[in-house]
Design a protein around this ligand. Structure first.
Ligand SMILES: C[S@@+](CC[C@H](N)C(=O)[O-])C[C@H]1O[C@@H](n2cnc3c(N)ncnc32)[C@H](O)[C@@H]1O
Length: 348
């Protein structure tokens, strides 16, 4: 099948076959990933039609978004865009991109409804129709976005490397990619990758975690951090019969647009979280093994120091030390259980 035919198959699945999340055959899209507690009350302020057509597999909504410009790749009916609309505040901006007309129709119908609900003079969300492999053609400029999010979409792209290359093009230096997606513990056989149901259910196109790591490395991002992951249950007997030999996980990862090293190096640096994120006064979790308690100094590698000190998180951290003296390889925390279900993907 050509890339265009695969895209058509995905659009048909999300535009015509699925009418609501009840129609999904597996929990791959819509895994029960607990939404952070401070965001749960906001769910009550979403339009029911937007919620009914939510097909995400995580909650890729990072902190420190006030006033920022956020881009949601494959926004669907706009659930995350409307949550983000609230998180960036009236002075921030949210752009949702999707290729499926029926999903965008739902998203666009409720712009004013949400702006009114949030008490905004006008909506801070816009929805653009386009392909996430080519954000330039819908006018997303280089270095223009603070945070790129995406919820269960990149697996559906026939050219994942191009999607991620576009992400690094549009992010500002120091900007963050924070997304949830489905990963497989092995490469999916070609015939199954083209099966319309497996593809539409976010299984057929799922990347093998190690291949994701390789793509990010090739794009100049050698250190991707896993925030959390949940196994996916394949309940449907037909789906199980076809692809039951593969283990899938829904994983949330973060990556930064900045120069990083491919291993964690020790420069004797220390990071201290100030406790200044309102929703997180007591701790900040960078990933599944970096837990910063407020006020408690933690030794960090050079990459972690840069992720915290050269991104929008800088105002919430004190970084002690610089890179003037090198002490060898950083003694890494316990290995990351990662994207590839069994083996580690981030470098520390
Ligand atoms: C599983 S749904 C997730 C939708 C949304 N993120 C959510 O959480 O409800 C996947 C969405 O990605 C869109 N999509 C898939 N591949 C795309 C591509 N290459 N370019 C643009 N949109 C794409 C589909 O149209 C669909 O709306």
């Amino acid at each position: 099948m050509t890339d265009a035919a695969l895209s058509e198959s995905v659009q048909n699945y999300y535009g015509e076959v699925l009418k609501s999340s009840q129609d999904l055959k597996t929990s791959a899209c819509c895994t029960l990933d607990a939404m952070p507690g401070h965001l749960r009350p906001f769910l009550a302020d979403l339009h029911p039609e937007v919620v009914a057509r939510f097909y995400g597999c995580g909650s890729p909504l990072p902190p420190a978004l006030e006033g920022r410009t956020v881009l949601d790749l494959g926004c669907g009916s706009g659930r995350d865009c409307y949550l983000l609309s609230r998180l960036v505040g009236e002075s921030g901006r949210v752009i949702g991109v999707d290729m499926t007309q029926a999903q965008l129709d739902v998203a666009r119908r409720h712009c004013d409804w949400h702006a009114e609900r949030y008490g905004y003079a006008c909506s801070n969300v816009e929805f653009l129709q386009g392909r996430i492999e080519d954000l330039a053609s819908i006018g997303i400029a280089d270095n223009s976005i603070d945070v790129v999010v995406s919820n269960c979409v990149i697996n559906l792209s026939p050219d994942k490397k191009q999607v991620l290359a576009e992400v690094f093009r549009v992010l500002k230096p120091g900007g963050e990619l924070y997304f949830s997606d489905v990963y497989a513990d092995r490469r999916i056989p070609a015939a199954l990758r083209q099966d319309p149901v497996l593809l539409g259910e976010c299984l057929g196109g799922a990347l093998y975690g190690e291949d994701f790591r390789r793509i990010m490395h090739d794009l100049g991002c050698p250190d991707v951090r896993t925030v959390k992951g949940n196994p996916i249950t394949l309940g449907d007997p037909e789906v199980l019969a076809k692809i039951g030999m593969v283990n899938f996980r829904s994983v949330t990862v973060r990556a930064f647009k900045m120069p990083l090293e491919d291993r964690c190096e020790d420069f004797g640096q220390v990071a201290v979280y100030k406790g200044t994120l309102p929703e997180s006064p007591h701790f900040f979790d960078l990933d599944d093994h970096h837990h910063f308690e407020t006020g408690r100094p933690l030794r960090v590698c050079g990459n972690t120091a840069d992720m915290l000190g050269m991104s929008r998180y800088a105002e919430h951290f004190e970084i002690w030390g610089d890179k003037s003296t090198h002490f060898g390889l950083f003694d890494c925390a316990p290995p990351n259980k990662s994207l590839s279900v069994e083996s580690g993907a981030a470098c520390c």
